[in-house]
Ligand binder design. Structure first.
Ligand code: 8IG
Length: 272
């Protein structure tokens, strides 16, 4: 797509090179966990521990600069109150950018190669549930990948029956017992859904619609990471309210929810 290769035979070598560069740059032996921040989540991760350093993601092998307003492109490394070394990726490559699935999976593969065992994937999304308005964080219990793509190749029969680790979901609910759980549906985008597509997602069992996360979760499970998924509802999904969708609304919902999201992430890294 767009002249970019969908399959990069050196993807894991590039991730290993990025992991080596990351550890070298921050003088750490390994990562313990990693967070990927989606729309609305960036300021929520400003105070997760003692800063060990930061750089542009694009300074590491295999990463490219972000393209969307409200999506960052930095790598921050902190020591959490629990004494763990955490990488915070303030942006991600989306599938709709057309750089192929390996570019989408690169951040996940890099943190795994750097030793992380836990991955916290966050995103901004549309909600099908009127009880989850903009500003509502939702724990992912499962996903439906409607991209028609996968970051895996060949006979890689990865078990996804517990894609979003029950153990980590239980921990998240101890941090915030009011967190609801939902099924996230990834469309390929970049256009938002039609109302009919949103109804389809609901009939299929989805609660949330978005353009990220499922391909990264698949890549993460394939390399053995435990995944926790957290969505921030930034808008009612198309056709489920009188509102029309626009990106400014998405950014505003994130701003308004920031204190709650910050408390949630701080609580999580204290126990993860
Ligand atoms: I933020 O309503 C955000 N991302 N597909 N649909 C899809 N992606 C989204 C939406 C939405 N809101």
């Amino acid at each position: 797509m767009n002249g970019h290769p969908t399959v990069d035979p050196t993807a894991f070598e590039t991730a290993a090179a990025a992991a080596a560069a990351l550890k070298d740059r921050f003088g750490i032996p390994a990562l313990d966990l990693a967070l990927v921040l989606g729309s609305g989540w960036s300021s929520a991760a400003d105070d997760l521990g003692e800063p060990l350093g930061a750089c542009d993601l694009a300074d590491l092998p295999g990463f490219t600069a972000p393209v969307v307003a409200g999506h960052g492109g930095a790598l921050r490394v902190v020591r959490t109150p629990a004494g763990k070394v955490a990488a915070i990726l303030t942006g991600r490559t989306h599938f709709y950018e057309g750089r192929g699935v390996d570019a989408v999976a690169h951040g996940v593969r890099t943190v795994a190669a750097a030793g992380a065992s836990t991955l916290l994937l966050t995103n901004g999304c549309g909600s099908l549930n009127p009880e989850w308005p903009p500003g509502q964080p939702v724990l992912l219990k499962d996903h439906i990948n409607l991209t028609g793509e996968t970051p895996l190749r060949g006979a890689t029969f990865v078990d996804l029956s517990e894609a979003y680790a029950p153990r980590l979901r239980e921990i998240a609910r101890t941090v915030d017992p009011t967190l609801p759980e939902g099924v996230y549906v990834q469309f390929r985008g970049p256009q938002y859904e039609t109302p009919a597509e949103v109804r389809m997602a609901g009939i299929l069992g989805g609660d949330l619609v978005g353009m990220s996360t499922t391909l990264e979760t698949i890549a993460a499970r394939a390399v053995g990471l435990e995944v926790l998924g957290l969505s921030l509802v930034t808008n009612a999904a198309a056709g489920t309210s009188d509102e029309l969708l626009d990106h400014a609304e998405v950014i505003e919902a994130g701003r308004a929810a920031a204190p709650r999201l910050a408390a949630l992430l701080r609580g999580l890294v204290e126990v993860l």
